[in-house]
Ligand binder design. Structure first.
Ligand SMILES: [Ca+2]
Ligand SMILES: [Ca+2]
Ligand SMILES: [Ca+2]
Ligand SMILES: [Ca+2]
Length: 691
């Protein structure tokens, strides 16, 4: 949770002011209802999703003609909390929409909406007149299924296109509503050299589209997913998120100040030789042109409401001394190459090293986690924001004694979770777990991979589980578990199950979610394409994989969208369900599984990162527990917020109140994007239990 201080303040406010009208005051309150009464006056992220033309392209557009009004359930809400909903149409007097108290959901499908006028929806606790949350859904909003944010035109070079790439959400100004921080990149320079013009921007927007500020990373931070990870999180507990990222000479902050050398100058450290090679080996990926092998590297952390820098410290250094040849020789031996590819792999994230939030309430501030390297040696540092200083807490380095086997074990992102349930976060750095004190916990020996999932995938097993796939068959078949895709116990790294035994080359992707309602627990599958496997038994459930366009297999993201207890697949610009007979298309082919195709909305809805095909962001940040999706427009002048209009029979607390989910969503876009997962289980078996 990012607005915890606000929440705590609200708790005090509610407690001290004893706002009784906010509590359920029914005379027929039974003794079992005695917990009722502590409903916090916090932001409910109320939202309305409406499709004016739901059957425009049958089977691809949403199929629902109602307006779905939804709001947030909080962890502090009593378990039996119930709601009433009212509507005022076109300024007329308010009418109650709900007949019975709304008990099982936090949404309402308004089937009688007049979308040509403004509608004000208001939610109260059942039997109370006090407004819990209110939303004006204007006739203008009703014109589009999405909400569009037009991007700031003030870019450094108007001749360039700045791709609207990764985004993160967080409350930047402490008003209880999430804002969006968007990375706008002029090119993707990852995995290769090559000269490009343009600098990477970070921009902040209110949900209503108001532009807040722009940070320009500058000429000495190369554009691309390996170089420009950023994290949006409240590091000092003041209820407002900060933004941290790697900076250098030339970085310009939201208030206009710029990092310079001691003479006030910005030096250009980019390699200009278009035939440049490694200075020690003479080898080249393509060319070192455009890479930055000299000059300072910092970590900056900025105020979320202004984009002004709060604190700066040195990044994990390249290392090496002396001539270029001598430095490059050191890089070659330490990082794994001397032409800046393996050395320049940077991630940045957040971890609660002094104790994870308890019942959604923060008990300590989290640390900033930075890293460098994947393929040979790598380092992870923990930094703490103390006032205007970023102080070093600990440094982990695989070249330190005892960690030789940890080298080369990094993934394309790291994951943070309380892996062993001791109340402190660990850092899962690919096949390695690092403790909250900065020591090695375990290494599975499986080596490098592109996908890494942590969550509650088997409800019958204690703790969390890991699902990952691996790239190097010579590693996973020798020092590892001999599977291209494996499920492990998160606390110990012990193998639970795997598929793809033996040499299966680069298993590029895998995913885990409850997609099959008849098989208990989650299922996991990989780009090996051999089937979906049970997370409870490890057995093959079905040889048919989730699909996306053209019948191709889907192992990208899992999303809560339709309101069933299973998850759907979010891939490229579409959502697909594993199980057919879609209730959202009742008069459609019974085998139909496409839920929605976002590209039938908007003015060219596009995914990001080429074959990765990610949205800018997805996660539960508006309305009920279902996950919203942010896409870019194909011309990169706008982003679109998409929110479900599917009714549901379920309700869950705002997913970001779950620590595992919160860490996942906050670091979704670090390196190669990874989907969200919960630290508790939601799946179709819950329905059977409650029946
Ligand atoms: Ca805000
Ligand atoms: Ca803060
Ligand atoms: Ca732990
Ligand atoms: Ca939501």
């Amino acid at each position: 949770m990012k607005n915890l201080l606000l929440l705590i303040l609200c708790l005090f406010a509610v407690a001290s002011c004893s706002d009784k009208s906010m509590s359920q005051q029914d005379d027929d309150t039974t003794p079992e209802d005695s917990t009722v009464g502590e409903v916090i006056a916090s932001n409910r992220a109320m939202w309305v999703s409406y499709d004016a033309n739901p059957n425009k392209t049958k089977g691809h557009t949403s199929g629902y003609s109602h307006a779905l009004v939804s709001w947030r359930l909080l962890g502090t809400d009593p378990s039996d909390v119930a709601f009433d909903i009212y509507k005022s149409e076109n300024g007329e007097s308010e009418k109650k929409l709900s007949v019975d108290p709304i008990k099982n959901t936090t949404c309402w499908a308004d089937t009688n909406i007049n979308a040509a006028v403004d509608n004000v929806y208001r939610v109260t606790l059942t039997g109370s007149s006090e407004t819990l949350c209110e939303y004006r859904f204007t006739a203008e909003m009703a014109k589009t299924f999405f909400r569009k944010i037009t991007l700031n035109l003030g870019v450094p070079n108007a001749a360039l296109t700045y791709e609207a790439n990764d985004a993160q959400v967080g409350d930047l100004d402490g008003d209880g509503e999430m804002e969006i921080v968007l990375k706008r990149q002029p090119y993707d320079g990852a995995n290769q050299g090559g000269w490009h013009d343009g600098t990477t921007l970070l921009e902040a927007y209110k949900i209503d589209g108001t532009f807040l500020w722009q940070i320009d990373m500058g000429i000495n931070i190369r554009s691309g997913s390996h170089y420009t990870s950023f994290i949006v999180y409240d590091f000092d507990g003041d209820g407002k998120c900060e933004i941290a990222f790697r900076s250098s000479e030339g970085t310009q902050f939201g208030n206009g100040t710029q990092i310079t050398d001691s003479n006030g100058k910005v030096n250009d450290y980019r390699q200009t030789d278009v035939d440049g090679k490694g200075w020690y080996s003479g080898k080249s990926l393509y060319s070192t042109a455009g890479l930055i092998l000299d000059g300072p590297e910092y970590i900056s952390i900025c105020n979320g409401s202004s984009g002004a820098e709060i604190a700066r410290t040195n990044n994990i250094s390249r290392g090496g001394e002396g001539t270029n040849y001598e430095r490059a020789k050191y890089w070659f031996q330490y990082w794994g190459d001397d032409y800046g590819n393996r050395m320049d792999r940077f991630f940045i994230g957040v971890a609660y090293l002094d104790g994870i939030p308890k019942n959604g309430v923060r008990i300590s501030n989290p640390s900033l986690i930075i890293s460098r390297g994947i393929y040979k040696n790598w380092q992870v540092w923990a930094l703490d924001l103390k006032g205007n200083e970023l102080k070093n807490r600990w440094k982990f380095d695989t070249s330190n004694e005892g960690y030789a086997s940890y080298a080369g074990m990094g993934s394309h992102s790291f994951r943070i979770a309380d892996l062993n349930g001791d109340g402190y976060d660990e850092i899962l750095y690919g096949a390695v777990a690092i403790s909250h004190t900065g020591t090695g916990l375990y290494c599975t020996g499986n080596g490098h991979g592109d996908a890494l999932h942590v969550g509650k995938f088997d409800p019958t097993r204690s703790g969390l589980q890991i699902v990952a796939c691996y790239e190097e068959e010579s590693v996973y078949t020798t020092s590892g578990y001999n599977y291209g895709c494996a499920m492990m116990d998160a606390a110990t790294g012990t193998l639970l199950f795997g598929h793809g035994a033996g040499k299966n080359g680069d298993v590029g992707r895998c995913l885990v979610a409850d997609v099959c309602s008849t098989s208990p627990g989650c299922e996991y599958w990989s780009s090996l394409g051999t089937g979906i496997y049970s997370c409870e038994t490890g057995q093959l459930v079905n040889t048919v994989l989730p699909t996306y366009k053209g019948g191709g297999n889907s192992y990208n993201n899992a999303i809560f969208w339709t309101g069933s207890l299973t998850r759907q697949m979010l891939d490229d610009v579409m959502i697909q369900s594993y199980e057919p007979s879609a209730p959202w298309a009742p008069d459609f082919n019974e085998n139909w599984t496409r839920v929605i195709t976002f590209s039938y909305y908007g003015d060219g809805v596009k995914s990001n990162n080429s074959t990765k095909a990610n949205p800018c962001f997805y996660g539960d940040f508006l309305g009920d527990y279902r996950e919203e999706v942010i896409y870019r427009s194909s011309d990169n002048t706008a982003i679109y917020i998409m929110s479900t209009n599917h009714p549901t029979e379920h309700r869950f607390v705002h997913l970001m109140e779950d620590h595992t989910y919160d860490m996942g969503q906050a670091m979704q876009n670090m390196g190669y994007n990874q989907p969200t997962h919960l630290g508790y289980y939601i799946g179709a078996d819950l329905e059977e239990e409650s029946e």
